[in-house]
Design a protein around this ligand. Structure first.
Ligand SMILES: CC(C)(COP(=O)(O)OP(=O)(O)OC[C@H]1O[C@@H](n2cnc3c(N)ncnc32)[C@H](O)[C@@H]1OP(=O)(O)O)[C@@H](O)C(=O)NCCC(=O)NCCS
Length: 205
């Protein structure tokens, strides 16, 4: 059973990361009513994400999932809030019966450095980088992933990562990043874990 990482965040909220080693048939047998996706690996990722919803909360009602105009999946009655992310052979899901949630999983790649200026503001460059870390793709991926988790937590789209999401850190960092989200005036704490070849970030409020 390839649970890569699992955490009970609080009494209402669970997080899971699955390393996908199963075939499509395994997931299809366990996930009723899934959406069809053309690309085979993306389809596998999609199915693994859906599978994790019930893995974390067995009474999760798949049949009630709707997709918003922003493409965010949701349950209209908010029995659960949830967020899904996938990357490579991993799927990450956070589900909560109470808290609004967002999750993101990323594989660090050098190319993230080329777009850092598009999603980070001046203050973040000063706060997070020094001459040693300025070209650190692991750190830059973490900051990107942190902002993606906030984007998903918000769920309504129209977010400018540079302008609306402000990250800062108080040392000792303790696997969390402070965030001010100006779009709805929220102060958030983003949690993260760094694994070999994988970064995971999540937020709840
Ligand atoms: C929508 C977005 C979050 C998807 O991210 P991705 O890296 O392609 O893929 P991930 O695997 O992490 O996430 C995909 C999942 O996010 C969820 N999702 C899609 N749109 C969403 C939205 N608007 N809000 C919340 N969750 C969303 C879905 O569950 C989807 O998986 P599923 O279709 O299998 O259910 C991303 O494409 C995006 O638009 N990010 C914002 C980018 C941006 O605005 N950048 C500006 C600064 S440079």
């Amino acid at each position: 059973m390839p649970v890569f990482f699992q955490q009970q965040i609080n009494e209402h909220t669970r997080l899971g990361v699955w390393k996908i080693e199963e075939t499509e048939e395994f997931f299809k047998g366990n996930v009723p009513g899934h959406r069809d996706v053309t690309h085979p690996h993306k389809r596998l990722q999609h199915l693994a994400g859906r599978f994790l919803l019930q893995f974390l909360f067995p009474d999760f009602p798949y049949h009630l999932i709707e997709i918003a105009d922003t493409r965010k999946p949701f349950l209209p009655d908010e029995q659960y809030h949830f967020s899904i992310s996938h990357c490579g052979d991993y799927a990450a899901v956070i589900v909560s019966s109470k808290n609004r949630v967002g999750v993101d999983v990323e594989e660090p790649k050098e190319k993230i450095l080329r777009i850092a200026e598009k999603f980070m503001n001046e203050k973040e460059f000063t706060n997070f980088y020094n001459p040693l870390t300025a070209h650190d793709s692991q750190l830059t991926t973490l900051l990107w992933s942190a902002k993606e988790s906030v984007f998903k937590w918000y769920g309504n789209g129209g977010v400018d990562f540079k302008q609306h999401i402000h990250l800062s850190i108080h040392l000792p960092a303790n696997e969390s990043i402070d965030c001010y989200f100006s779009k709805n005036n929220s102060t958030l704490k983003i949690h993260y874990r760094q694994f070999e070849g994988l970064v995971l970030a999540w937020v709840l409020s």
